[in-house]
Design a protein around this ligand. Structure first.
Ligand SMILES: C[S@@+](CC[C@H](N)C(=O)[O-])C[C@H]1O[C@@H](n2cnc3c(N)ncnc32)[C@H](O)[C@@H]1O
Length: 402
């Protein structure tokens, strides 16, 4: 099965209904199929807490995710993707919206831009599934600016002979240029210009469903196309994703918490753009344990399964060799006295394999004393990325025995 056929997109039942609706629109040239869709099939849409709608993903490994958090689909766009950006609205802005889905993130960006700027805005929206983009035309707009996004999506769906009628009445303002790409984002990024984007919104399904959109190779493309002060925002707090950003040459910082237990992730070539450090234990785990092994997708064309399996293999090889075992969260006990004797024995057995005699040995303290200057607010002289890289270096030295 090709990657596209297998792609992690909306659930099969609504996918078929949408395709059928647009096929009927084409054969009949009648607008009623599209106009009646939401009322007829409203039970396929998931109402989120702020009144905006989401839909379900395909079932993958017996799991279904919604495209957005239940806390509020459009609120999520503003909170996670717009608020952390430090747009300089005295200049033209360029945004890359990866996994554009129903178009909420781009719509939120347009709303914020129109409120604050009279310059030019360019948005490149990338989504692998025509039916998902088409679903964006069928869902009630949560904010008026979604109608602008819908117009751009409709234009592209007509150009690709998927939609037939021009039913969207909004006008795209002259200073806003929206390009719509319907393809695998891994393809799209390879054709984009160097040093071109102020912001990249990265909004795939979770890392286990779509590791190919969180790989080092994908992020290296981001590093090439993002401006020096640009920011990548993604909702996940996952260790391999954060490690992947660092390996690709980014600084990382904590993103906003919205609808989840933990903050997401921001990445930028410029550390000054990232205000908040990751929690201490996240830094330690990324630096020292095998959970900090990133996803790899050499050639940017591997399947999700291949990428997950290859990472599992790399973790296995790294454990007790270049990385402390992540079992029982071993690395977070470095530098700590431990009361629980049973846990302590397990932790110290893992540490011994890395030439660290105990949690409070000089070796252990040498590695984690890097955390002594930790503060939640970060800057160029004290930040998560530098600490992670330094702890990694120190672990290597200790393992080598010098
Ligand atoms: C969590 S949803 C995104 C929601 C979206 N940002 C919105 O505002 O509605 C993830 C999206 O990623 C898309 N997708 C999956 N694999 C992709 C790929 N390789 N390239 C581009 N889009 C992809 C899915 O079709 C799905 O619409």
């Amino acid at each position: 099965m090709s990657y596209e056929e297998n792609a992690r997109i909306i659930s099969d039942d609504i996918f078929d209904l949408i395709n059928e609706t647009f096929a009927k629109e084409k054969s009949s040239r009648n607008n009623e199929y599209r106009l009646n869709f939401f009322d007829t099939y409203s039970n396929y849409f998931v109402l989120t807490d702020d009144g905006s709608y989401s839909i379900n993903s395909k079932e993958i490994n017996h799991k279904v995710e919604t495209l957005h958090t239940s806390t509020g689909a459009i609120s999520e766009s503003f909170e996670k993707f717009i608020k952390p950006m430090k747009f300089d609205y005295s200049k033209d802005i360029a945004i890359l919206d990866i996994c554009a889905g129903l178009g909420y993130n781009s719509s939120a960006a347009i709303a914020d831009f129109m409120k604050n700027s009279t310059r030019n805005l360019k948005i490149d929206m990338v989504e692998i599934s025509k039916a998902t983009f088409a679903c964006g035309l069928l869902v009630p707009s949560p904010i008026p600016e979604h109608d602008i996004t819908k117009k751009a999506i409709e234009n592209e769906l007509i150009a690709q002979d998927y939609a037939t009628l021009s039913l969207e009445t909004a006008e795209i303002p002259e200073n806003i240029n929206i390009n719509v790409f319907i393809e695998d984002a891994r393809q799209t990024v390879q054709g984009l210009e160097d040093n071109a984007y102020d912001a990249i919104f990265l909004d795939p399904f979770s890392q286990n469903m779509a590791p190919e959109l969180f790989s080092v190779e994908f992020f290296k493309q981001f590093r090439r196309i993002i401006k020096d002060d640009g920011i990548v925002a993604t909702y996940t707090s996952s260790a391999p994703v954060r490690a992947g950003f660092i390996e690709s040459g980014f600084y990382i910082g904590l993103g906003p918490i919205f609808g989840r237990m933990q903050g997401g992730t921001l990445a930028s070539p410029n550390t000054e753009m990232l205000d908040w450090a990751l929690p201490k234990n996240d830094e330690i785990r990324i630096a020292l344990s095998d959970v900090g092994i990133p996803f790899r997708d050499p050639g940017l064309n591997n399947s999700s399964e291949y990428i997950l399996d290859a990472r599992a293999e790399e973790r296995h090889t790294a454990r007790h060799n270049t990385k402390i075992s992540s079992a029982v969260k071993t690395p977070i006990f470095l530098g700590q006295e431990m009361d629980d004797e049973k846990l302590k024995r397990r932790v110290e057995r893992n540490l011994a394999k890395m030439n660290i005699p105990s949690t409070t040995s000089p070796e252990a303290n040498y590695i984690v004393e890097v955390e002594d200057d930790y503060s939640e607010k970060q800057d160029s002289s004290s930040n998560s990325t530098d600490r992670i890289l330094e702890m990694k270096k120190r672990l290597k030295k200790v393992k080598r025995g010098n």
